[in-house]
Design a protein around this ligand. Structure first.
Ligand code: SAM
Length: 282
């Protein structure tokens, strides 16, 4: 998987060289390229931002710098002035639909391997739909992801609109209901969640099968290791019984009870057909 990241602080991404992601890069499973947006500027100050049209505090990232960079990374032809004006008109015509659905926030599983080959352009944005495990799962099947990290008040809204109108698969995701200084940390989070799902990434592939939010929308059961008694606290005795059926039942009960207590919204999403008789008693 090729990961192109565009930021005014590309040094942020040196952490991706650590741990399992570092190993995945050394093994050739993942290639990370962090680009400095300022490399696409032409003025002496390398400025990437300007004041908001309509007034207000802060600065907004300029569309033309982003476009020079993204055209190159997405392998798109440089447009003539006329073609560019037409593309913008198309993008503007799509404005209403982009508000109602985002560009493609409700990820659709790729319909064919050919779709997986096309780059996906991803913008972290606090006002977008939440990034989820399901989105990570779907994105892990793609071969080329391009991330655009906003700073200041964000990137001029026409950039995503423009590429969506050009047929690029554009996504916007929020990490949660809070505001970060920039998209860099959000992109690191998304990359970690996505890449660990690539086949061959984890030493033990079973580690990602039975996890929170995976398969059913449930939180994982509690985990314990040795010693079985520590500072007067014992692990639940059933876990040392050696009875696998009982251990499975205990863990399943924990998942359901914990999820109901901590994230009742997930229980609402559970397919009731997946519940067995013992589940229903809880
Ligand atoms: N003016 C924006 C607003 O109020 O929604 C906040 C802009 S924020 C200071 C700058 C950048 O940080 C955003 O463009 C986005 O890339 C990133 N960002 C901030 N919070 C985020 C979140 N919760 N999820 C994803 N990205 C976030």
């Amino acid at each position: 998987m090729l990961l192109d990241i565009v930021s005014v602080f590309p040094d942020y991404f040196s952490i991706l060289n650590l741990s399992l992601l570092g190993k995945a890069q050394a093994d050739g499973l993942v290639e990370v390229r962090a680009h400095n947006l300022r490399d696409w500027t032409h003025d002496v100050h390398h400025s990437v931002d300007d004041t908001p049209v309509g007034g207000g505090a802060g600065m907004v990232m300029k569309p033309e710098i982003w476009a020079s960079c993204l055209d190159e990374l997405l392998g798109m032809p440089a447009l003539t002035v006329d073609a560019s004006a037409q593309a913008m008109a198309n993008a503007t015509a799509d404005l209403a639909s982009s508000f109602s659905s985002g560009y493609a926030p409700d990820y659709q599983p790729s319909s064919s391997p050919a779709d997986d080959e096309k780059p996906v352009l991803i913008f972290p944005d606090p006002s977008a739909p939440l990034f989820t495990q399901a989105a990570a799962q779907e994105l892990s099947r793609h071969h080329h992801l391009v991330f655009g990290c906003g700073r200041y008040e964000g990137i001029d809204a026409r950039v995503g609109q423009y590429y969506a109108a050009q047929g690029v698969d554009v996504r916007e995701y929020s990490l949660g209901d809070y505001v970060l200084n920039g998209g860099e940390v959000a992109v690191c989070v998304m990359i970690e969640a996505i890449t660990r799902l690539i086949p061959g990434f984890m030493g033990n592939p079973d580690s990602i099968v039975d996890e929170s939010y995976t398969g059913e929308p449930l939180l994982e059961h509690r985990q314990f290791t040795r010693p079985t008694t520590w500072r007067g606290l014992s692990v639940p005795p059933i876990l040392t019984s050696g009875d696998h059926a009982k251990v499975d039942r205990f863990r399943r009960d924990e998942k359901l009870v914990r999820t109901n207590a901590v994230r009742p919204d997930l229980i609402e999403k559970l397919d009731t057909h997946s519940l067995d008789k013992a589940d229903r008693k809880l």
